[in-house]
Design a protein. Structure first.
Length: 108
């Protein structure tokens, strides 16, 4: 494995560990609500969604870096890394609207 593959594996490992830590300590997602709003927001679902997104993204990065290194395509790893780093937050934002705001949609 070259330096790029090791870097992508390290970032993937960071994503996996971040996801597992969010699952263990939900306060890390930084979502603070009042007592009244806690009834409206599904914090467990939001935490589970953040955890699964980061863990799957990290595992994907690790697997892709290993496979690309085996086939000698390590020069394309930076593009995969950029795509995952741009798509993970977009995926979280898209999915969070379905989890956090179900009551507001019913009112509209």
């Amino acid at each position: 494995m070259n330096e790029t593959a090791l870097l992508v594996c390290g970032i993937g490992l960071f994503f996996v560990l971040s996801g597992l830590l969010v699952g263990k300590f939900p306060i890390l997602i930084g979502y603070k609500t009042t007592e009244q709003d806690k009834e409206k927001v599904n914090i467990d679902g939001y935490t589970r969604m953040i955890k699964s997104t980061f863990v799957f993204g990290g595992v994907f990065l690790i697997l892709v870096s290993v496979v690309f290194s085996l086939f000698g395509l390590h020069r394309y790893l930076i593009y995969v890394l950029l795509a995952v780093c741009l798509l993970l937050p977009a995926c979280v934002l898209y999915r969070s609207k379905k989890i956090i705001l179900p009551e507001k949609r019913k009112e509209e």
